[in-house]
Write a protein that binds this ligand. Structure first.
Ligand SMILES: [Zn+2]
Ligand SMILES: [Zn+2]
Length: 304
């Protein structure tokens, strides 16, 4: 982003700063982090995500979104603990784990690291082949499993941004995945034993998380996963283009969607009742959870 001299809306001085087109707002570089933190705190309160003393488990991947969010929640004094899942991608995962350890040490944040290999002793691309599912789907399923099993009475916080949320909605509108569309909400309340899940960056763009890290000199891992799906990239790109060409459009779209979603799906989607997996205790709609069934498949594969 190009920095030029602006008249800052907060401190009113003329100095180096940025223009956030989608808010129609100009801020100097000193005031931007203050604005960023305040906006996240307001989002937490607006959607009643959690209270200052509530225990929080934050999913820390090491990218700019989760790093800026973790730093912000720490600065705001929330009661956080970080969870990093090492998915075992050669080179990238080791580097990322090392980064996350240093970051949490510097910020004095309690960190738990879980390696995907502890659950499945195979590389994720192999698991995906055996499961006959896309890598991202398998990886997401395992991550959700780890996170839900790790959070005991803690609220789970993820670094999904406005861009992520809007891309997800557009994609599911295009393919009419009603089941997913009906459940879109920055707060998924605790139910049937699953922890509450919240997304404090749901009204914050990726442009802002990047800027926050840059202005404060916070490092993050900039490489994306080599297995990321092309579909994901297409919708992320569409969302970024929308925001660039029509500043403010994606935030308006997201807020409008949240307003309409309950009406659109008022009588929809039967609730499935969940039970405990008989092997691991994870909540599932069948006798055994998808992870335990996948484990069995991998075992069959191993034994030929
Ligand atoms: Zn200022
Ligand atoms: Zn299970």
């Amino acid at each position: 982003m190009e920095n030029k001299k602006v008249r800052c809306k907060i401190c009113n001085s003329l100095k180096e700063g940025i223009s956030l087109e989608h808010y129609n707002l100009k801020l100097c570089l000193e005031c931007f982090p203050i604005f960023f933190r305040k906006r996240i705190d307001e989002t937490i309160k607006k959607f009643k995500m959690f209270q200052p003393s509530d225990p929080i488990l934050i999913a820390l991947s090491g990218g700019k979104d989760s790093v800026s969010l973790t730093k912000t929640l720490r600065d705001l004094g929330y009661n956080i603990r970080a969870l990093h899942i090492n998915i075992g991608i050669k080179g990238l995962s080791e580097k990322t784990e090392e980064f996350v350890i240093n970051f949490c040490e510097n910020e004095k944040i309690d960190l738990k690291i879980i390696k995907l290999q502890e659950i499945f002793p195979l590389p994720v691309y192999k698991i995906s082949k055996i499961a006959k599912k896309p890598i991202c789907a398998v990886c997401g399923m395992i991550r959700r499993y780890i996170m839900n099993m790790e959070a005991k009475g803690e609220t789970i916080v993820t670094g999904h941004t406005l861009n992520d949320e809007v891309s997800f909605i557009i994609k599911n509108l295009i393919f009419w995945n009603d089941d997913l569309l009906s459940r879109i909400n920055p707060v998924l309340s605790e139910k049937q034993g699953f922890s509450k899940k919240v997304k404090p960056l749901c009204l914050t763009t990726e442009q802002e998380t990047k800027l926050f890290c840059e202005v404060l000199g916070i490092k993050y891992i900039d490489e994306s996963c080599p297995y990321r799906s092309e579909v994901y990239d297409v919708f992320k790109h569409v969302t970024a283009e929308l925001n660039k060409n029509f500043p403010g459009s994606i935030i308006g779209f997201y807020k409008g969607y949240l307003k309409r979603v309950k009406k659109m799906y008022s009588e929809s989607i039967e609730k499935v009742s969940l039970q405990k997996c008989k092997d691991c205790g994870y909540l599932t709609s069948s006798e055994r959870c998808s992870i335990c069934r996948l484990k069995e498949k991998l075992l069959e594969y191993k034994n030929g």
